[in-house]
Design a protein around this ligand. Sequence first.
Ligand code: AMP
Ligand code: TRP
Length: 334
Amino acid sequence: MARPRVFSGIQPTADSFHLGNYLGALRQWVTLQETHDAVYCVVDLHAITLPHDPALLRQRTRVAAAQLLGAGLDPQRCIVFVQSHVPEHAELAWVLGCITGFGEASRMIQFKDKAARAGSDQASVGLFTYPVLQAADILLYATDQVPVGEDQRQHLELTRDLAQRFNHRFGATFVVPGPYILTDVAKITDLTEPTAKMSKSSSAPQGIVDLLDEPAAIRRKISRAVTDADGEIRADEQAKPGVTNLLRIYSALSGESVADLEARYAGAGYGTFKKDLAEVVVDALAPIRERTEKMLADEAQLDRLLAVGAARAREIASQTMDTVRNRIGFLPPG
Ligand code: AMP
Ligand code: TRP
């Protein structure tokens, strides 16, 4: 039997992905390439829905792709490509936009949040239709499952609705993707503000461990991570969010359970625990950083890998788009 297809995307909107992105998403992507027909996309079209700098976007797109490969995605085993290299994404987004209700799109929570942050008269139409483009990403590849975090559930529901609506109006065209919500993955919080999510848009640099941080920076950030005054190494989300977050990171990277870690560090001080954790993080991230730097040192080779990925993606996307054009009633070019 054919392997189920997974598709996921990540925006190139930071200079580096962080530990939250890695433990919450990328690590699962790497695992899925062994069991699934996996397609992964650096979504640069989505990255221009908020104001951006062109030179920076170009740089961040390369860095993002290099980090995906550095984290372990293998172009022999999955497809890795850049969204703007496959023009069918924008084309399908237009078609899907024409079967999306204005009210339906207006209910998207992430849009409301981002628009509120930008100031509603600053928010672009592109930001408004962001979820429609995401639906196009997913539907172009006959995707069975979409590995994403809980915050993307509503966008997935919209994708399913649009697929069903199109199929109903114009004939069976799209695979309706099932959800694949990554629930039991580590939700990593900010090191200095442990009740807030570690986030590229809201965390201060000291609160984030970047995948590209040097060992010295990782050690410094972890040694300064906010804990609490009771001195016990024990998970308690409510009373001890900082220590709980550090235990979760330790457990996720070492494979030891939180309970085992609690037992092992019973009576030890935060200093010892943080020192050990820092080494666990350094050891986990060093190979990723080194592989990423190697990829970035040879841009021509990286660009070639991305061109191959785009060609493979386009082969699938163009077939879907041919069907869509036909179903929708566009006259074939003579
Ligand atoms: P974002 O950086 O918010 O665009 O997220 C990219 C991917 O990383 C998404 O799949 C998120 O669910 C995941 N992610 C982002 N921040 C965290 C975090 N602090 N903990 C766990 N997963 C995260
Ligand atoms: N909106 C997703 C996020 O913020 C990124 C994304 C764009 C995506 N297109 C996608 C995720 C398609 C999964 C499938 O994380």
